[in-house]
Design a protein around this ligand. Structure first.
Ligand code: SAH
Length: 381
């Protein structure tokens, strides 16, 4: 078992210092406590190698009173940055790139952003790595669209790390705790990376959601698709579809797939991904999933199976009540927050659905986060 000196301050790995098996037992118990009343909870699927699994690393930058520049995470419950050189769950190359950027700031005279005064340029650095393709994206989050001597900066960064395939300047000029702003300017390469999941190639833009643990993601998606029990002819909805990963992985077993997602860049990625993988029976819509469901229900559309993968806050009344009206025979609910999942299950199980089974997948080893897939089937006409 590896240990981390920063665990207490950082607070990300709540279960650091325990044997990995014990952490899985805690997560299993949490799922059982929250979901056991609805149906069967299968044993959680753990990771083979629970270290350095995170393919996306975001570091905040700050200047200490003595002038030292630090980069890493906010100390738990504060906005004080603690310096991280290496993290046990983050991709090691990504950590190295972030350290090297920190080392370059002085000679390039780049000032780090100060949250209190709003002065300074560099706010965050985000690194994303395609584990299957080796492609590496570096996103420099700046308070202004202008990076002085940007060409030399990129040149030096690529000299240190020839693995980098694209460098993007993201402009975040708002007084906000959100990491990324809306505008992206490509400084080098294509402006996105690609990764391979379930035999399909996906393009990922800086602001698109992409699961952070690629090995476990395949396990998660395979479980979800297995639960859906598709026979080849069904009309399937992939709600909260991101860049279209689940819907595209399911498309070969379905008649038709419809994807809906709010983030415009993610939808653009999804459309591209379908085209480049030759998946022809899928269509994407950029819309609030709840509003979209209401429209489907009003138009009395027929849907056989729904995949839904909402953010931590779970789904909403508009979505869930329209889902009940659409009455698909199966719903596969993928959740990164068993508390909101239990809340939504309570609604659906009171309105004609039954939870057949739940399967935990450990996507966020050592942290207290628990991912889970649930199969619901329609019991009432
Ligand atoms: N299924 C995808 C994405 C899951 S993350 C995957 O596995 O990669 C949740 C997604 O829901 C994000 O892409 C987010 O942009 C999207 N989202 C958040 N709120 C939404 C809403 N109200 N309507 C539609 N999509 C939403």
């Amino acid at each position: 078992m590896k240990t981390c000196e920063l665990a207490k301050k950082c607070g990300g790995c709540k279960y650091q210092g325990m044997p990995y098996e014990k952490t899985l037992a805690i997560k299993q118990k949490k799922l059982k406590d929250l979901l056991g009343g609805f149906g069967k909870v299968l044993p959680i699927l753990g990771m083979k190698e629970p270290y350095h699994y995170r393919n996306k690393v975001t570091a905040a930058f700050a200047r200490l009173r003595n002038g030292t520049i630090v980069s890493g995470v906010y100390q738990e419950g504060t906005h004080r940055v603690i310096n991280v050189d290496e993290c046990l769950i983050e991709d090691a190359l990504a950590d190295q790139i972030i350290c090297d950027i920190r080392g370059m700031l002085k000679s390039f005279k780049i000032k780090v952003y100060d949250e209190d005064s709003g002065y300074g340029l560099l706010r965050h650095v985000m690194v994303r790595r395609g584990f299957a393709t080796g492609q590496v994206m570096v996103v420099l989050v700046l308070s202004s669209p202008i990076l002085p001597s940007k060409n030399n900066f990129v040149k030096e960064l690529r000299r240190l790390h020839p693995e980098i395939t694209t460098v993007i300047l993201n402009v975040n000029d708002k007084r906000t705790s959100m990491v990324l702003g809306e505008r992206n300017i490509t400084l080098y390469g294509k402006g996105y990376i690609e990764d391979v999941l379930c035999g399909l190639r996906f393009r990922i833009s800086p602001t698109s959601f992409y699961q952070v643990n690629p090995v476990q993601t395949e396990m998660l998606y395979r479980t979800a698709i297995d639960f859906a029990g598709l026979k080849g002819k069904e009309r399937v909805l992939d709600a909260y579809c991101g860049i279209g990963t689940i819907g595209m992985a399911a498309a070969a077993d379905a008649g038709e797939v419809i994807g809906v997602e709010l983030n415009q860049n993610a939808v653009r990625d999804a459309v591209n991904n379908a085209k480049h993988n030759g998946v022809k029976n899928i269509t994407f819509y950029q819309e609030d999933a709840g509003r979209f469901m209401v429209q489907l229900a009003e138009q009395r559309e027929h849907i056989d199976v729904v995949f839904m993968d909402p953010p931590r806050s779970g789904s909403d009344e508009a979505f869930l009540s329209s889902l009940v009206r659409l009455a698909p025979k199966r719903v596969v609910y993928i959740s990164c927050n068993p508390e909101t999942l239990a809340r939504d299950l309570k609604f659906l199980c009171g309105k004609g659905y039954r939870m057949e089974k739940a399967q935990g997948v450990d996507m966020f080893g050592w942290t207290e986060h628990v991912e889970c897939v649930v199969l619901l089937s329609r019991v009432k006409k």
